[in-house]
Design a protein around this ligand. Sequence first.
Ligand SMILES: Nc1nc2c(ncn2[C@@H]2O[C@H](COP(=O)(O)OP(=O)(O)O)[C@@H](O)[C@H]2O)c(=O)[nH]1
Ligand SMILES: [Mg+2]
Length: 190
Amino acid sequence: MIIDSVKGSVKFKVVYHGIALAGKTTNIEQLAKSDGLDILTFDTKQERTLVFDFITRKKVVDDFQLSFSIYTIPGQDIYKDIRKMVMRGADAVVFVVDSSEKKLKENVEFLEVLADDLRLYGKTLESTPIVIQYNKRDLPDAVPMDVLTSEVYIPNKPYAEAIALRGEGVQETFNLVEEELVKKFKQMVG
Ligand SMILES: Nc1nc2c(ncn2[C@@H]2O[C@H](COP(=O)(O)OP(=O)(O)O)[C@@H](O)[C@H]2O)c(=O)[nH]1
Ligand SMILES: [Mg+2]
């Protein structure tokens, strides 16, 4: 969080985390589309997110101009150095879960990856604003929500269901992150 009290502006960094192909890029594509923006994608011919995707959103709260820089990580392990770089200075995380039965184990294991990435910057799962998004709810092999919320979860964190491909649940997820950050901001400014 970067506060400029002279300009009355606050900058937050939000990172979409989660396994490869969970739908992180699709989420920010949908957010960008509803804002009429283009996303900045750094990639190669084979992969949509070799480095990261990036957009910015703005909101005014108590005369402060809040801006949210939104990034996605590459999920593949070979890009872990890039992932760790993207996680630097993250104020909040959306953990995107692929609902496919075949990805259940990988999603669960990736919670540890997130915990490690936060630890690297002196943060914890508990202390970080995190929203869990159960994406790809349209898949025929989607794991039932009651199973997912008891197997891929972080205690006391809000969650949302989504079909990012159709834009469903995307804004709702972002609203939850925004709420968490605005709460934090209001605590800070009193
Ligand atoms: N069926 C389905 N496919 C999705 C959904 N969201 C994303 N996808 C697809 O999953 C693949 C990976 O998405 P992408 O956003 O690139 O994943 P990332 O690696 O997490 O950034 C793409 O083919 C998307 O079209 C969804 O809600 N349902
Ligand atoms: Mg991506």
